[in-house]
Design a protein around this ligand. Structure first.
Ligand code: PMP
Length: 413
């Protein structure tokens, strides 16, 4: 028995993929041409799976301030926020986030993953209970493990099931930490936050919402799903990331609870890691300003999302009940998903391939995300490529793609 035996499963998946000649994970973007295009496998490729919702990664002002920060403050802080790694920029960004959310408190983390890990593991330790939506992101599950709390899952987006589980907890519900996402990363569906907040009012507990995918996308001011649902006052902690709408890397937690300032000093994933680089902080501060000043970016994002959603529906795909900038197309099996994903790439369209167990259902997913920076022509090219591949699949009745074409039009997932 060796330490490496447990990786045999991965080795066998890799062997299968090698036989198919497909390399789906760790695709190399050889060169970036813009926020929405790159060179992949030597081919000009539309990037339709980047979470770059507002397309700010190439915003000239973000780049210019990041460049200036490198020149003035160096390439990295080389230390933790608790030691030498808090610069004026980190504090200013925390202030700006608190101001944007209308909250007293904000903490900046080095990644969104660490924001969840740090907040949840620190708030909920041994003897505490986290009640989470079953489809929550891996960082939330990992946080529960790190904290050592009890974990209760409720059915995805089912506020009644949440209430049932809180009821069963009795008095313990008063201190339960309820964790949900604003917009779910895989399927792009939104949490029923009004219902969830009502359950919290009835049963007690604290509510943490991960707005990783909803910042800049939802709400009249882009503050996320809680703003859109009108329940911000009932959310105790909002966690998010700089790696999607804000086009950089890092994470944050905001709260109207003054205790957050005390919690900060107990968060191991905040204390025992280096703080974000000055250039990252500088670009995020500008991106936040750009996002606030340009609501038309959000409108453009939704225009693209609606066009892609309706286009997929016209092609016969089940894309869920409503348009979303994240659309997941369920494939009937791994091989069909791999072949379709690869065919898309060979035709210049990159989307995310997500295989079980990383998917919420048993089906592999082709996950697409649109950006405000996609041009209408690019959105049409994405749709046109899907359409051509589906036509080709149904022309070859016994071919590998025909099973995919039939099954997705049946609406798996
Ligand atoms: N929460 C959710 C819901 C996510 O989807 C992700 C990343 N995809 C994270 C947190 C972690 O964010 P980051 O990649 O910025 O660390």
């Amino acid at each position: 028995m060796s330490l490496f035996d447990k990786f045999q499963g991965i080795a066998s998946v890799r062997r299968d993929l090698d036989e198919l000649g497909i390399v789906p994970f760790g695709v190399v973007t050889e060169r970036l041409l813009s926020a929405t295009e790159g060179i992949v496998n030597g081919r000009r490729t539309i990037l339709a799976g980047t979470n770059n919702y507002l397309g700010l990664t190439f915003h000239p002002e973000c780049i210019e301030t990041a460049r200036a920060a490198v020149l003035e403050e160096g390439t990295g802080t080389t230390g933790s926020r608790m030691a030498n790694g808090t610069y004026a920029g980190h504090e200013a960004l925390e202030q700006e986030l608190a101001d944007f959310f209308g909250c007293g408190q904000a903490i900046v983390f080095s990644t969104g993953y660490q924001a969840n890990l740090g907040m949840i593991a620190t708030l909920a330790g041994p003897g505490d209970v986290v009640v989470l939506d079953a489809d929550c992101h891996a960082s939330i599950y990992d946080a529960c493990r790190l904290g050592g709390c009890d974990v209760i899952r409720f059915r995805h987006n089912d506020a009644q099931d949440l209430e049932k589980r809180l009821r069963r907890l009795g008095e313990r519900a008063q201190n339960a930490l309820i964790v949900v996402e604003g917009l779910y990363s895989m399927q792009g569906d939104q949490a029923p936050l009004r219902d969830i907040a009502a359950v919290k009012r009835r049963r007690g507990g604290y509510l943490l919402v991960d707005e990783a995918h909803s910042l800049g996308m939802l709400g009249a001011n882009g503050r996320g799903a809680a703003e859109a649902a009108g329940v911000e006052q009932e959310v105790d902690f909002i966690v998010g990331t700089f790696s999607k709408s804000l086009g950089a890397i890092g994470g944050y937690c905001v709260s109207h609870r003054p205790e957050l300032e005390l919690v900060r000093y107990a968060i191991r994933p905040y204390i025992f890691t280096a703080s974000p680089s000055p250039s990252v902080i500088a670009s995020v501060r500008v991106a936040l300003r750009v996002m606030r000043a340009h609501p038309e970016l959000r409108e453009r994002l939704w225009e693209n999302a609606r066009r892609l959603y309706h286009g997929f529906r016209e092609l016969g795909y089940d894309t869920g009940p409503e348009p979303s900038p994240v659309l997941a197309l369920a494939m009937p099996g791994r091989e069909q998903a791999l072949r379709m994903w690869n065919a898309l790439l060979e035709n210049g369209v990159y989307v995310n391939l997500v295989l079980p167990p990383a998917t919420p259902s048993h089906y592999p997913l082709l996950r697409c995300s649109v950006s405000a920076a996609h041009t209408p022509e690019q959105v049409e090219r994405i749709l046109g490529t899907f359409a051509a591949l589906r036509r080709r699949a149904s022309a070859v009745h016994d071919g590998p793609l025909s099973a995919e074409a039939n099954a997705v039009s049946g609406g798996a997932g």
